[in-house]
Design a protein around this ligand. Structure first.
Ligand SMILES: [Mn+2]
Length: 319
């Protein structure tokens, strides 16, 4: 089993460095810090680090470490929740001795010496929790791990609302509740929004647009982000504000990232949209993915293609 091989590698290495993805979310933080805490609790003599960018809204889960290049020498790097190499937040895993990838996204450009990818799992944090449960007679757990893993699962499942949730999700989460996790406290931490973000949410609800056949979207320009004085992460977290709109099975949020590079966050409760994302240098899951566009013109092209997809989807429903 691949899990046995991963456990062997964890045992073998004295220094373990966990990597997350760029623009980190609740799941990569949850899976990463969950794994870090489990290893640290079980093997206190090992050096265990987590590197990568910080994510403000889940900062209660943990704080990434700052490491010098030489720290990677002879280390085991474990990259969580990251489909492709260029998305890894700290690319220095290439300096490590051995690289393990643990993920639940559809593989795009695979990397690593050992890959454990399970696309049937709604969150990478669920993969880590199930890994722990498989070896729970051997591994140790703590409350930090419980908080981290719950955060990962609850955020990547949209609070257990997405179709990717399965009975195994609840079976594994049951362990966290038995362990004594105060899940309401975690949800309260996650549901706090700054005053500015709440006002931007209001703006999105008043100003979103729709394509002819039912793709709802909002263009989150840099001017908007500056006007409402929120972080880009906060602004793009509003994508699911458009999920409830009737007759719009697909919705998107566009934003300008570093050097004004336009990206799309794409969501669907109808047709699979991951192939469409692939056509625009992106990927992810069938119903939740992202695309790398570059320009606003490309955004309009993507919207036109998505509109056709929704049209065909609705025609098929009518048959
Ligand atoms: Mn994830």
């Amino acid at each position: 089993m691949i899990q046995d091989q991963i456990l062997e590698k964890i045992k073998e290495y004295k220094k373990i460095i966990i990597h997350i993805h760029k623009r980190p979310d609740g799941d990569c933080y949850g899976a990463g810090f969950g794994l870090k805490n489990i290893i640290k609790e079980t093997y206190p003599e090992k050096e265990v680090y987590l590197v990568g960018e910080e994510a403000e809204y889940v900062s209660y889960v943990g704080t990434p470490d700052k490491l010098e290049d030489e720290m990677f020498k002879g280390a085991l790097s474990i990259v969580v929740d990251t489909a492709s190499e260029d998305r890894v937040s700290d690319g220095r895993f290439k300096l490590s001795d051995f690289v393990i990838k643990i993920d639940h996204h559809i593989p795009v450009n695979d990397y690593g010496d050992l890959m454990y990818v399970d696309t049937t799992r709604p969150a990478s944090a669920q993969i880590i929790l199930e890994f722990f449960l498989r070896y729970k007679d051997e591994l140790k757990f703590n409350m930090e791990a419980a908080i981290a893993l719950y955060t990962g699962i609850v955020t990547d499942t949209g609070r257990f609302r997405f179709r990717s949730v399965n009975s195994d999700t609840f079976r594994s989460v049951a362990y966290l509740l038995d362990y004594g996790l105060d899940f309401v406290e975690v949800l309260n931490k996650l549901s706090v929004k700054s005053e500015n973000l709440l006002k931007l949410q209001g703006y999105v609800l008043l100003n979103f647009k729709k394509t002819e056949n039912g793709v709802a979207y909002i263009k989150m320009t840099n001017e908007l982000v500056e006007e409402f004085d929120v972080s880009l992460e906060e602004a793009t977290s509003l994508v699911n504000e458009l999920s409830q709109l009737e007759d719009c099975p697909v919705w998107m949020l566009f934003a300008e990232y570093e050097e004004d590079f336009v990206r799309a966050r794409m969501r669907s409760k109808g047709p699979a949209i991951d192939k469409l994302a692939n056509q625009y240098d992106g990927g992810g899951h069938a119903l939740a993915c992202g695309a790398n566009l570059g320009t606003w013109d490309k955004a309009d092209e993507l919207l036109a293609d998505a509109d056709i997809l929704v049209k065909e989807y609705k025609e098929n429903l009518d048959k």
